[in-house]
Design a protein around this ligand. Structure first.
Ligand code: DX5
Ligand code: ZN
Length: 218
């Protein structure tokens, strides 16, 4: 089973983005997670295209862009051009998720769909066969450093059953409150990609922490 760590730059030092990218390039992280927040879909505002473009210049890992914005379809092309290789939008943020999926596909990049913890996983069923990744939020989108919601394991199991049945190639990603204690359990439940912000970037040795998160039996 594929196991990937996607460190979230939301918790990185924005005064040193280039050295952060160089650390990620050296590390065992296969992806880099980029959180875009618009202050409307979520209460917080993070950053936009210029930061993604700057990261793209220095980072040679897959850019895993998570857009927490209303009207995601409007900006699909801009995110693709800025360097997104996996673009994940919120199901709750659009009236027409299928249209957004098709727009992302038309850019020739990978497509992900995500939901907050209060949306039933079953609502994703019609989209599973059409996406490359489903991201289950394990905190409410908006801020880094929140506590992992323990009820998430049941939601992961429901999603895993749906993915196995409908699209076994679809990756399962989780985001929010991931740490060295819950990482092995998350992988054991069938999660493929762990997003980790504060756990990686607040660690005295982020590269070592990435290796630690990848261990299944610690
Ligand atoms: C939250 C973001 C997360 C965040 C995770 O809305 O989507 O990606 O950066 O941060 P941690 O790992 O600190 O919970
Ligand atoms: Zn995220």
């Amino acid at each position: 089973m594929k196991r990937i760590i996607s460190p979230s730059i939301l918790a990185a030092d924005f005064g040193n983005l280039q050295s952060m990218c160089e650390m990620i390039n050296r590390s065992e992280a296969e992806w880099l997670h980029i959180d875009v927040m618009d202050g409307v879909f979520v209460p917080n505002i993070s950053f936009g295209f210029p930061v993604i473009e700057a990261v793209k210049k220095h980072c040679n890992k897959l850019l895993d862009v998570h857009i927490m914005i209303v009207n995601p379809g409007k900006y699909v092309q801009r995110f693709a051009r800025a360097g997104a290789e996996m673009l994940t939008f919120h199901y709750e943020a659009t009236e027409n998720p299928l249209e957004v999926i098709e727009m992302i596909r038309a850019e020739g990049i990978k497509v992900g769909i995500t939901i907050n913890p209060d949306i039933p996983v079953s609502e994703l069923e019609p989209f599973i066969s059409k996406v490359d990744l489903v991201l289950l939020m394990t905190v409410f989108a908006g801020y880094g450093g929140q506590k992992f919601i323990e009820d998430s394991y049941e939601r992961i199991d429901t999603l895993k059953e749906m993915v196995d049945r409908l699209n076994p190639d679809c990756l399962i990603e989780v985001d929010g409150g991931v740490n060295a204690e819950n990482a092995p359990k998350l992988f054991a439940h069938g999660v493929n990609v762990l997003v980790a912000g504060s756990t990686v970037f607040n660690s005295p040795n982020p590269e070592k922490m990435i290796v630690e998160l990848l261990k299944i039996d610690n």
